[in-house]
Write a protein that binds this ligand. Structure first.
Ligand SMILES: *Cc1c(COP(=O)(O)O)cnc(C)c1O
Length: 394
């Protein structure tokens, strides 16, 4: 007996692995400060939970249509019209068990052996493995810190070959927090509309933006982009609903119908109760989201300043999401407590073992010169965590 080649070629999600290791250390009595988590630390807002309780009490606990209930599709359609100014029909929406599931389904229906998929780096850890699971080849295109970790039109053009089938754009970005402006997206769109690529636009951090910035999705910056783009979004990050597992795709009907067919043979519908909660999230008072974003902004300002005061660290100020991605090359070659640090994994391992600070090595996101810190944690813990890092490196 043996496992398939397919599963042997991928790795477990490193962010989940770090979080699990930190939690296990905590459970064993160690004092660990976690900057690994990829989820808001806030509770799901009350009005959303109440909608779920109501759904349970009303017996809304059976199978629903595979692609989601009409009520939720309509709430998503309203949201996309309101926020992106794009009109979709119900047949262009498929709701899945989280945006990760949406991305997985999309890769399965769009990509296969011999296809190339462009992924700008630093990238979200799962893109690579999701593309590989479809048998396709991820083509990683590095971006530069000096260019705000944003893909330039010239590097996009240089990366397109006759095998390129798609590209994944993620703005605001996990892990860098960088955000593309409307003009920058237009620059990419002008190349993409002349190509035969499918664009997957992962807009999951759309609501988590700072400095008064306005969000644009690449789907909305050029009239021809709607037909080439699948918007991926969900309720996990904006509404602190990671455990509810609701994500969705909005895009051309031929792709959405293929995703729905695939989903009918794997999960069927996403949870009925969570769908009702997602309707409440999208249609309810968006003031709760604003409050969370204000708190994230306060923490971003704090953690950037704190990390810039760590010797050997340089922390750019991100404009969205809830991560910072400091450059830590300045520490390479050091040997605090006799332990040589030559890369991001050495440093992350040292910080966890030595002072109980959990961070994710940049190597997992495609750039070994950085660390990723999530600031979905209190200012108090950020202060303590950074003090420990200084102590570990002194
Ligand atoms: C968290 C995250 C997702 C997945 O979110 P779900 O909880 O599966 O809806 C997708 N893309 C990025 C970049 C993320 O950080």
């Amino acid at each position: 007996m043996k496992l398939s080649k397919r599963i042997q070629e991928i790795k477990p999600s490193p962010t989940l692995a770090i979080t699990m290791k930190a939690n296990a250390m905590k459970a064993a009595g160690h004092d660990v400060i976690g900057f690994g988590a990829g989820e808001p630390d806030f509770d799901t807002p009350r009005y959303i939970k109440e909608a779920a309780v109501k759904a349970i009490e009303e017996g809304f606990t059976k199978y629903t249509p595979v692609a989601g209930i009409d009520e939720l599709k309509d709430a998503i359609i309203d949201k996309l019209a309101r926020d992106q100014g794009i009109k979709y029909n119900r047949s262009e929406i498929c709701v899945s068990c989280g945006a990760k599931h949406t991305l997985y389904n999309l890769a399965q229906v769009l990509f296969e052996e011999g296809d190339e998929v462009i992924i700008p780096s630093p990238y979200w850890v799962s893109y690579i493995d999701i593309v590989k699971l479809a048998g396709a080849t991820p083509v990683v295109v590095p971006t530069k810190e000096e260019e705000g970790f944003r893909l330039s039109p010239s590097s996009l053009l240089a990366a397109i070959s006759e095998r390129t089938k798609g590209i994944i754009i993620n703005s605001p970005s996990n892990p860098t927090g960088s955000v593309y402006s409307r003009e920058e997206l237009k620059g990419l769109a002008e190349i993409l509309v002349k190509s035969d690529l499918v664009v997957i636009s992962d807009d999951i951090y759309e609501k988590i933006l700072y400095d008064g910035l306005k969000f644009s999705s690449i789907a909305q910056v050029h009239p021809a982009m709607k037909e080439k783009t699948v918007i991926v979004n969900g309720v996990s990050k904006a509404y602190a609903m990671t455990g509810w597992r609701i994500g969705y795709a909005a895009g051309p009907e031929w792709i959405i119908q293929a995703v729905t067919k695939l989903q009918s043979q794997n999960t069927s519908n996403p949870t009925s109760i969570a769908q009702k909660a997602a309707v409440a999230a999208l249609q309810g008072d968006q003031g709760e989201v604003e409050k969370m974003v204000q708190e994230f902004e306060r923490r971003r300002n704090y953690i950037c300043e704190a990390l810039n005061s760590v010797p050997g660290f340089r922390c750019p100020k991100p404009q969205g999401a809830f991560y910072v991605f400091p450059n830590v090359e300045g520490v390479f070659g050091w040997a605090p407590k006799g332990r040589v640090i030559n890369n991001s994994s050495d440093l992350a391992g040292y910080l966890l073992d030595e002072v109980g600070v959990a961070v994710v090595p940049g190597a997992d996101f495609g750039d070994d010169r950085y660390l990723r810190f999530s600031y979905a944690t209190s200012i108090d813990l950020i202060e303590k965590g950074v003090a420990r890092i200084k102590q570990a490196l002194s």
